[in-house]
Write a protein that binds this ligand. Sequence first.
Ligand SMILES: NC(=O)c1ccc[n+]([C@@H]2O[C@H](COP(=O)([O-])OP(=O)(O)OC[C@H]3O[C@@H](n4cnc5c(N)ncnc54)[C@H](O)[C@@H]3O)[C@@H](O)[C@H]2O)c1
Ligand SMILES: [Zn+2]
Length: 380
Amino acid sequence: MIIDSGGGGLYNTQRTYRGLWREGKEGVQDIRVETPEGAYEVRIASGCLEELGRRARDVLRARQVCVVSDSRVAALYLERALASLEEAGFVPRSFLISPGEASKNGENFLILLGQMARWGFTRTDALVALGGGVVGDLAGFAAASYMRGIDLIQLPTTLLSCVDSAVGGKTAINLPEGKNLCGAFHQPVLVLCDPELLDSLPDEILREGCAEVIKYGMLGSTELLEGLGLRPIRGWLPEIIARCVGMKRDIVSRDLRDKGCRQLLNLGHSFGHAMETLSGYTLSHGRAVAMGLALITRASVNLGLCSREVFAILLELLKGYGLPAESGYGAAELARAALRDKKMDGDALQLVVPRSLGSAELLRVPAEELITWARSGTEP
Ligand SMILES: NC(=O)c1ccc[n+]([C@@H]2O[C@H](COP(=O)([O-])OP(=O)(O)OC[C@H]3O[C@@H](n4cnc5c(N)ncnc54)[C@H](O)[C@@H]3O)[C@@H](O)[C@H]2O)c1
Ligand SMILES: [Zn+2]
């Protein structure tokens, strides 16, 4: 099976994106995500944290609303979130975890559910995820599970969560046996992206989000790649977020459950996840995705599927954003780790392969051929 991401089909930036969002007052972009499980708005607007209570009123029937966050993000923004909810007439609650991937675990998940039960949360009460992907995934899975599903608002505070994890409804926790092994699809009822919240994000974490933005560019937008090469990223974050969310919306609305074209979003992730696993999760997701992008693009070039110029442009971008391109892992260990990934499809893996700048294809690669890809991606 080959699914093409480019060539003016799914996303031809120039043609399609102008009409993707309704531009209201300056800098405000609303992107509507329509899925078979319901529709929701992704609002990208500076200062929209202050609108949380008012906008929650429009989409929730809740009495109690619990803001889930990590202690670092909470110190910066929790008070404002709770005040806004209270002003809108909700009973505000909060639940905090320690920052970091290790908090996305079964123990915190159960403690949160127990706390909601003790507060007397009903089916119409709701959660707000205020934080990065860790908070979003944990709160999302709690919302998906409590009383078989309650409403969730995503309020992402990292670039990665704005462009990726807050939209599309994938939620998960990690098991001791592996990352994201337990989860559910649960769409939010609203996503509020406030780019001002990214001002406090350390450059290192912003850069990790850039790896996902570069992924979107490689997948379907030469315009985005050009912009990334020319303009300092902090200067146009709302636009970057809107472009990525628009692309993710297009893909997710066609394939909510990750059976077909949604797998294109895994560009750079098959070997990226392998690197994360091999590092014992000491390697950040963004840096792993950067190296995974470099590996698969180089493999595509060496196997004659993509021009060398595409690889050169990618390397230049990664370097510009302080992201690594070489993992140092060998082809055999990478292939082995990639084969253990949960995204295996029988005895084959769906690899997303760059074919030209801003265009990639989904290829079904039999398990025994994965080593060829790993070798081609790690050799000069
Ligand atoms: N559900 C999905 O579709 C999906 C997609 C991609 C990634 N993910 C998951 O997302 C997680 C990674 O998310 P992440 O990169 O956002 O990491 P994260 O949530 O761990 O946040 C990174 C760090 O930044 C801090 N931080 C967050 N916002 C801040 C702000 N505005 N100012 C200052 N500090 C801030 C946090 O406290 C944390 O220490 C992984 O668990 C990954 O599996 C999920
Ligand atoms: Zn990712």
